[in-house]
Design a protein around this ligand. Structure first.
Ligand code: EPS
Length: 361
């Protein structure tokens, strides 16, 4: 399973080709729209989220509500394109933290606009559309991918202890469904209120916020990925997929960095019957899924477009100035978590197809 995206944030639209989906997977336009709206909404998103309705055109690879095994081409027209058509708004003051500077130098542009257009997280609409198809394949095998936000700007949700956060029974009812009801996708509704307040404060100050989210994959069989070659390790593949999401700066599995402080005897999950008593590894040992829940966490930095900008340098005059200001989001951690679900679903589906093979399902 592989996919490529194309498109610019304010261009005609965003597109993707997803190749390698088996035939016979039922899909629906309505469900696809729901997935797209899960990514679009959220407290802290900017005006752009209200402009777009992310209507997905399925141009190929689906017939009569089922995948055909042919490449799936999806197109999401940008409604905002009408407002940008024929206009060119150059960016001469790169935003610290953004791809602006490095991208402009790399490709030899005179300003950062072409960088900003393609580096934009608008592209993740296409990833979520592709992720929907992967999720439908996984659904056939009773594998589910869920996410929720655990912190925003240093405000932490009071959540069940890690061990329970990795329990098949607790995840849907104590985490995922509650997160789906929260405007910041956080299962702690009290913390949701405090996070929203912090987002309001950041917005007033012209500032932005990042945070941490968790992703769990329930129902994974033993044996996805492999230890036999570095690029077949499932944790490496998942980490790369999640790190590739705009703004993500850190990823960990299971107890992650906490492992470094434990003795081996405290760290590893004993094998016992009828089941293992813990899942500190987060469902992957030696780069292979071990049948437990895959559990990962990722940190997102604050969005680099600040209304109260940081120092920058005008690339024409080489004089110090303030960074470029553009309409943007204040906080998009909840949206990034939905994108991460999609990326994780695509990697797990790919690994499943490798293990099982299959032209049709
Ligand atoms: C984004 C900046 C904002 C976001 C956009 C991603 O767009 P604009 O600059 O047009 O206001 O709203 O996200 C989306 C449009 C989207 O659908 O996610 C950026 O620079 O990454």
């Amino acid at each position: 399973l592989r996919f490529l995206t194309a498109g610019e944030s304010h261009g005609w639209g965003i597109a993707a080709v997803l190749d390698g989906m088996p035939a016979g997977i039922e899909v629906s336009q309505e469900e696809l729209s729901v997935e797209l709206s899960r990514r679009r909404r959220g407290y802290g998103r900017g005006e752009r989220a209200n402009i777009e309705n992310d209507h997905v055109l399925i141009a190929s690879g689906v017939n009569d509500g089922k995948t055909t095994g042919a490449p799936i081409c999806i197109v999401i027209p940008n409604k905002d394109y009408e407002n940008w058509k024929g206009k060119y708004v150059p960016i001469y003051a790169p935003r610290p933290g953004h791809a602006d500077f490095a991208g402009m130098v790399k490709y030899g542009f005179n300003d950062c606009r072409p960088v900003a257009e393609r580096a934009s997280a608008r592209e993740t609409a296409a990833r979520v559309a592709c992720g929907y198809f992967a999720k439908k394949l996984l659904e056939k095998e009773n594998i589910k991918v869920m996410s929720w936000v655990v912190s925003i700007g240093g405000i932490w949700a009071q959540l069940p202890p890690l061990e329970e956060r990795m329990s098949k029974e607790e995840i849907p009812k104590k985490l995922f469904y509650l997160a789906e009801c929260s405007e910041v996708r956080c299962p702690d509704l009290e913390a949701t209120g405090r996070m929203k307040k912090l987002i309001d404060e950041a917005r007033e100050k012209g500032d932005t916020l990042g945070g941490i989210f968790e992703v769990a994959v329930i129902g994974v069989p033993v044996g996805l990925g492999s230890y036999v070659q570095w690029d077949r390790r499932l944790d490496g593949r998942l980490a790369a997929a999640v790190m590739s999401i705009q703004g993500v700066k850190g990823v960990e599995f299971g107890v992650g960095f906490e492992f470094s402080e434990m003795m081996g005897s405290q760290a590893h999950d004993p094998l016992k019957l009828p089941k293992r008593p813990s899942n500190r590894a987060g469902g992957i040992e030696g780069g292979v899924s071990n049948g437990e829940i895959i559990f990962m966490r990722a940190a997102m930095k604050p969005i680099p477009t600040l209304k109260s900008p940081l120092p920058s340098v005008d690339v024409r005059t080489k004089k110090e100035c303030q960074a470029y200001i553009e309409r943007s989001d204040v906080c998009a951690v909840g949206s990034a978590a939905v994108v991460a679900e999609s990326m994780v679903a695509l990697v797990v589906a790919d690994a499943l197809l490798e293990m099982r093979g299959g032209d049709r399902w």
